[in-house]
Design a protein around this ligand. Structure first.
Ligand code: AMP
Ligand code: FE
Ligand code: FE
Ligand code: ZN
Length: 286
């Protein structure tokens, strides 16, 4: 079994890259990919240990992008895009990723100001200490629980941080097409993360996936902790129909996503076979 969707303390996970590698080995995973939001720092940190422990480690990333609705009216949709690199990504992509970190930082400064206005201040220094280069809303949420403003992470999102929350600040994410292009030009394989969160069903969902395939998307995530077996079957079917590969993983975040386990997801609903990685290798020709 493999797990191609894992977060560490380099982004919004609560396990260090070392803990992830050691546990992956302990539970017998054949390969893992660390896919932190907007950073390769967790992957880089895990690399020497993975080599020593004999755990195959695939370089990955998860990017936040926006998909503008066809026709140009209505609100853009946030779409998470995974990128897998079977060879190390080059300087152009690394610079572009740095730019995404800058955009994130600017959003965080605005978000901190909004929270202060609302009488629930969270200092940027505290957020930065916790989230390093990739501080995000989950770090704000856990600080808000600690300060007693809310009692759970979910309440922090519902009241303040979510799109409908009082302190929500839009992040100027790149378009999905741009994300796909950056990953492919760096020799990576772009995969649509947790398609269930497109929140579209039936023909609408299929139209979106067709549109993404035209943009150059190469895979969709079929196994995910938020997918039931029926969802998985549907995404495998859609992948085949639009000549996309499938990927899969738990989207493990440690304590930031209670109930999701490394390798196996929620109640063992994730079990990604090794052949998924073989198919990706043949796509990347390595
Ligand atoms: P950011 O990239 O800083 O905008 O934060 C996005 C991250 O926050 C996502 O990857 C999730 O881990 C988490 N998140 C977003 N919306 C919610 C929500 N409604 N409830 C819980 N976690 C959320
Ligand atoms: Fe996350
Ligand atoms: Fe995601
Ligand atoms: Zn993720």
């Amino acid at each position: 079994m493999i797990d191609l969707h894992i977060h560490t303390t380099a982004s919004d996970g609560t396990w260090t890259p070392g803990q992830v590698v050691t546990t992956a080995k302990h539970i017998g995973l054949d390969a893992i990919s660390i896919t932190d939001h907007d950073t390769f720092a967790g992957y880089e940190e895990a690399r020497p240990l993975a080599a020593r422990e004999g755990v195959q480690l695939i370089c990955g990333i998860e990017l936040s992008t926006k998909l503008h609705p066809a026709g140009g009216t209505g609100r853009p949709k946030t779409v998470h895009l995974l990128g897998y690199f079977l060879r190390p990504p080059g300087a152009v992509l690394l610079d572009w990723v740095k730019l995404q970190q800058q955009i994130r930082h600017e959003r965080n400064v605005e978000l901190a100001a909004r929270l202060a206005e609302l009488g629930v201040p969270v200092a940027m220094e505290e957020v930065r200490e916790r989230g390093r280069t990739m501080a995000g809303r989950p770090h704000f949420a856990s600080l808000m629980v600690e300060k007693g403003y809310v009692s759970t992470l979910q309440e922090a999102f519902d009241k303040y941080l979510d799109e409908k929350g009082a302190a929500y600040v839009d992040k100027h994410d790149p378009s999905l097409a741009e994300g796909i292009r950056q990953i492919r030009e760096a020799g990576g394989i772009p995969s649509l993360a947790h398609p269930i969160r497109l929140n579209r069903f039936g023909n609408d969902e299929e139209d979106l996936i067709r549109q993404m395939a035209k943009m150059g998307l190469q895979a969709i995530e079929a196994w995910h902790a938020d997918h039931t077996p029926r969802h998985r079957d549907r995404y495998e079917f859609l992948a085949q129909r639009y000549r996309l590969a499938v990927t899969g993983g738990s989207d493990f975040h440690g304590d930031n996503k209670p109930g999701v386990e490394l390798g196996t997801g929620k109640g063992k609903n994730v079990a990604v076979p090794r052949k998924v990685l073989e198919r990706l290798r043949s796509l990347a020709r390595v």
